[in-house]
Structures are given as structure tokens and as C-alpha cells.
Design a protein around this ligand. Structure first.
Ligand code: PLP
Length: 365
């Protein structure tokens, strides 16, 4: 018998990240490429985190604290939780893997939107669980009613990405409350709040409120990758009831958050100025892109994140390729079941202007 990977892998479509700038420059022989494809922070790294990381490099010969005690304490303190209600990971991505390992058995069912973060699919399949995908509601919004209807006795996890990647849209507090009332105790609801800091609505849910009220079947995920500008350093964090979080500690890699990252996270939490600046620049960039899309007659989804989903039409894939040749990397959305759309991360104003100018040329406007 020949060597064979476990059968869960047969269903996995590998995650395709935004193309790195270097790769596009090498492949196309061009320079000065900009990347608006991975929802990174275009303003750079939190200055406080940068300082702390420089200091932490001095002790890189020592293993990190495997329990990330100081970082988890800082997060717990900041959000009003206790240490055992907080988990950290090598990005929120790592926490999604850990919770999949901790909560899924062969044949269990997981519910996610057809147009949401593809990492949910990969780790679900890796655990030989079955993924049940629900369509979007009108307005590119997650359909919580469809998710509630899809639940059955085999359902173990429901992912609600809010605001949602790649649509940028949100579900409201009232909608989420109605949904949560329908979820049985045996189903874990993962509220992926990766972009929550950028949500721009008084109706945006307080997902941490479900943990505060003592619900055991909720995990809230957040990340330092976006508003703190630490995507390359890899720190995600999560909140849940202590009994819900505890199984994650059993499966986590021993030193999943390195010492430089731990120092960065602690310092970044204090960098309120950088977060405020990021959020306000992002809002300005978002508004300016809306204006340009309106001018070009392109439909877009109102975003609560640092990216905008824009509908190009059947030519979206071709347009994305032509934008690459113009030196602008954006994300095609066929893999998110939105083949007519592109997802554009909000950049600095000059980057946004370059994108719009390239788009106009490509569309022949
Ligand atoms: C919705 C969502 N969740 C989680 C993540 C993962 O974030 P991290 O960089 O912390 O792994 C991302 C990253 O793009 C995301 O878009």
C-alpha cells in the first residue's frame, strides 16, 4: 500500500493568499507594484509595538512563554475578562485550527457562509467534518436565518464572520440576538470579529457581551493583524467561557506565539493613537473609494472593514489580471462564490488613487 494523506485532505482546496508583490514583479517584469489584496494596514506597524519588538529581539535566544501569560493578562485586563477566558494564537488563523481540533469529530457538521473566510473550510475538512454552506442574503450580507435553518443534530460549529470577509457587510445586534436565541447549547458559535474595530455602525453587535453574560457556546475571535498593523508578526486572540477555552490549550502548539509577537501585542494594546489614526484614515479611504465606484457606475457593498467588495461583472477575472499588469494587486472573488466581484483593500490615498486610475484604464473609461 502506498503512502496516503488522511482522507479529509481530499476535500481541501488550498487557501490562495493575495499574491506577494515580489512574485508579481518577478513574473511580469514590472516595478513599483502595490498590493491591495490582503486587507493589511497601509499605515504600517503600531509604533509602540515596533519599539517593543526591537527590545524583545535581545532575548530571542530564550523560548517564549508558552502560556503567553503577560499578553493574555494584558488582553484580559483591557477587555474586562479573566486570564482563563482568553486564548492567543499565531494569528486568529491558528485559533481557528485549534478550535477545529478541539471541537470537531469525523462526520460532524460545520456551517459557514458560501462567501466567507476560506480558512474555516480548510480546517473543517482537515478534521474530516462536513461543511454546510449557506448563501448570502440580498445586499451581500450573511444570512443568519439560512444558517439557523441549516442546523441539525450533527451541527457542531457555526461561523459568523462579522463584519464579513470578503463582502465587508455586517449583521446587526438585533439580528445576531435573534439568531443566538435559536442556537442550541451543543453548537459552538464562532464570532469572527477580525475587522470589528473598523465597523461603523451603532447597530454593530457587542459580541463580547455573549461571553460576559456567561454563554458557553460562543468564541469571539480578534486579531492584531489589521488595526494594529501586525499581520506579519501573527497574533490572534479569542474570548470565551473558561470551559470553552480550556480545550484549545490542550491542542495548541507549545510555543505558538513567539516572544517578539507577545511583546508586540502587549505594546500595541496601548497604542490607542495608532488605532484611532488607522480607523479614521480607513474611513476616509473607504468613502473616497465609494465616490469613485459611484462615478464609474460600479455596484459595491457598504463596508465595515478595511476593504470594499465591488461588482465588476463577468469580466472580473480578466480585469483583475489586467490590474496586475498595471501593478495593482487586488483579490479575485471566484473562490468566495462571487465570480463577478473583486475585493479591494483600502490603501493610503495615493494607493487608492493609483488603483482607481488603473481600473479606469482597464475598464476603458
Ligand atoms: C475574517 C478573518 N478572520 C481571521 C483572519 C485571520 O487573521 P490572522 O492574521 O490573525 O490570522 C482574517 C485574515 O485576513 C480574516 O479576514
Amino acid at each position: 500500500m502506498s503512502l496516503r494523506p488522511q482522507r479529509g485532505l481530499d476535500s481541501i482546496k488550498p487557501y490562495v493568499p493575495g499574491k506577494p508583490i515580489g512574485e508579481v514583479e518577478r513574473e511580469l517584469g514590472i516595478h513599483d507594484v502595490i498590493k491591495l489584496a490582503s486587507n493589511e494596514n497601509p499605515l504600517g506597524v503600531s509604533p509602540k509595538a515596533l519599539d517593543a519588538m526591537r527590545g524583545a529581539l535581545e532575548t530571542a535566544n530564550i523560548y517564549p512563554d508558552g502560556a503567553s501569560y503577560d499578553l493574555r493578562m494584558a488582553i484580559a485586563h483591557r477587555f474586562g475578562f479573566s486570564l482563563d477566558e482568553v486564548a492567543v494564537g499565531n494569528g486568529a488563523d491558528d485559533l481557528i485550527l485549534e478550535l477545529s481540533m478541539a471541537y470537531l469529530d469525523d462526520g460532524d457538521e460545520v456551517i459557514a457562509s458560501r462567501s466567507s473566510f476560506p480558512i474555516y473550510d480548510i480546517y473543517t475538512h482537515a478534521m474530516r467534518a462536513k461543511l454546510v454552506k449557506t448563501p448570502l442574503a440580498p445586499g451581500y450580507r450573511i444570512d443568519l436565518d439560512a444558517m439557523a435553518r441549516a442546523m441539525n443534530a450533527r451541527t457542531r460549529i457555526v461561523y459568523v464572520c462579522n463584519p464579513n470577509n470578503p463582502t465587508g457587510t455586517m449583521v446587526t445586534a438585533a439580528e445576531l440576538d435573534r439568531f443566538m436565541a435559536r442556537v442550541p447549547d451543543s453548537v459552538l458559535v464562532v464570532l469572527d470579529d477580525a475587522y470589528a474595530e473598523m465597523a461603523d455602525s451603532s447597530e454593530f453587535p457587542d459580541s463580547l457581551g455573549y461571553v460576559r453574560e456567561g454563554r458557553r457556546n460562543v468564541l469571539v475571535l480578534r486579531t492584531f493583524s489589521k488595526v494594529y498593523g501586525l499581520a506579519g508578526i501573527r497574533i490572534g486572540y479569542g474570548f470565551g467561557h473558561r470551559d470553552t477555552i480550556a480545550p484549545l490549550f490542550k491542542v495548541k502548539p507549545a510555543f505558538n506565539v513567539n516572544s517578539v509577537a507577545q511583546a508586540a501585542g502587549i505594546a500595541a494594546l496601548d497604542d490607542e493613537e495608532f488605532v484611532r489614526f488607522t480607523v479614521s484614515e480607513n474611513r476616509k479611504g473607504r468613502e473616497s473609494l465609494y465616490g469613485e465606484f459611484r462615478r464609474l457606475g460600479l455596484e459595491f457593498a457598504e463596508s465595515h472593514t478595511n476593504f470594499v467588495l465591488v461588482r465588476i461583472g463577468p469580466e472580473a477575472g480578466v480585469v483583475q489580471q489586467r490590474l496586475l499588469r498595471e501593478g495593482v494587486i487586488v483579490r479575485p472573488c471566484a473562490a468566495y462564490d462571487l465570480p463577478e466581484c473583486l475585493r479591494v483593500s483600502i490603501g493610503t490615498m495615493p494607493q487608492n488613487e493609483r488603483f482607481v486610475a488603473a481600473l479606469e484604464r482597464v475598464l476603458g473609461r
